[in-house]
Design a protein around this ligand. Structure first.
Ligand SMILES: Nc1ncnc2c1ncn2[C@@H]1O[C@H](COP(=O)(O)OP(=O)(O)OP(=O)(O)O)[C@@H](O)[C@H]1O
Length: 304
């Protein structure tokens, strides 16, 4: 479990993380998401003891990172860029990390199998593909058999096969009862991975919800309409208190009325319908609605 209590990081007037209290629970994959500058990286850095909070605490398994007796056995993280030794064989990279943390060699063999590295373990790191390097990072993070996994940029750059592998792996690790926290981009792929979402905006918590519940609650139902007289139909729809936006190719995106009501208004107005398709906004659109719909800056002191 990861517990953040009133976690705050201030850089002068900038509140990068603002009084964040949230618990990341075991048994599920939690996605930490938010627009650029929302405070995701700083939050992860505070959990991993790389940045000192201005106020509040970040604890994993009840302790601050600096107080963990054997961090590699409690928390597994993907290595940052440039951390892997290009001239070393993948297996030796793992063995070296294991030895310096008092981890037996048989665990190296286990993580090689878990990460699907069997065929490339003898190759030098610089000769591995991007996807294989990511698998090596995963193997390193699992060496200490930690109960908490924190993966920044878990899916960035992965092809569909790599993404599917990562999803299966992380869900498996979560089902074993581990705490799994992922962040990074792209949002579309991260939201496919996470079954719970913690959404930040300007350093503040805006949602801490089951991903599907969030989608159900906030997703705006819309109906896409194509007809022979969109201007006339739009007038009738707004007259019936519907929200109407113009889509591509003259289509109307209608909210606030269901397809049957739209159909009735079109028919009684003598309008011929070509398409009437109910739609739902995606989880990405929900997250954009919850935040500021795009990049921005962290909160500054005194800002509303
Ligand atoms: N060392 C620093 N000094 C001053 N401000 C900083 C520092 N590090 C981060 N910030 C600011 O803190 C805010 C949060 O940054 P952070 O990197 O955590 O955002 P993020 O959500 O990870 O964004 P992105 O998605 O772009 O990586 C940003 O406004 C950033 O400019």
């Amino acid at each position: 479990m990861i517990e953040l209590h009133r976690l705050t990081k201030r850089y002068g007037p900038i509140l990068a993380v603002d009084d964040l209290t949230v618990t990341i629970r075991p048994g599920r994959v939690t996605g930490l998401i938010g627009p650029n500058g929302a405070g995701k990286t700083i939050t992860l850095r505070m959990i991993l003891g790389l940045t000192t909070p201005s106020r509040g605490t970040a604890r994993t398994g009840g302790r601050r990172f600096a107080d963990l007796p054997s961090p590699m056995r409690q928390v597994g993280a993907l290595p940052g860029p440039g951390t892997l030794h290009g001239g070393r064989r993948a297996y030796d990279q793992l063995l070296c990390a294991a030895r310096s943390n008092g981890i037996p060699r048989r665990r190296v063999d286990e993580v090689v199998r878990l990460a699907g590295l069997d065929r490339v373990a003898g190759r030098r790191v610089r000769t591995l593909s991007f996807g294989m390097c990511r698998r090596l990072g995963v193997a390193l993070s699992l060496l200490g058999d930690p109960s908490v996994l924190i993966y920044d940029d878990a899916v960035e750059g992965l092809d569909p096969a790599g993404l599917s592998w990562m999803r299966t792996l992380l869900w498996g690790l979560a089902r074993e009862g581990r705490t799994v926290l992922v962040t990074g981009r792209p949002l579309s792929e991260l939201t496919q991975l996470a079954d719970h979402l913690v959404v930040l905006d300007r350093g503040r918590l805006v949602a801490d919800r089951d991903a599907r519940d969030l989608e159900r609650e906030y997703a705006e139902r819309q109906v896409l309409v194509r007809c022979d007289d969109p201007g006339f139909l739009a007038g009738r729809l707004t007259g019936a208190c519907a929200g109407v936006r113009l889509g591509t190719g003259g289509a109307l995106l209608v909210s606030g009325l269901d397809a049957a009501e739209i159909h009735r208004l079109a028919v009684t107005g003598g309008i011929r319908l070509h398409e009437l398709t109910p739609q739902r906004s995606s989880l990405i659109e929900v997250c954009q609605k919850l935040t500021r719909n795009g990049p921005g800056q962290a909160a500054t002191e005194g800002a509303a």
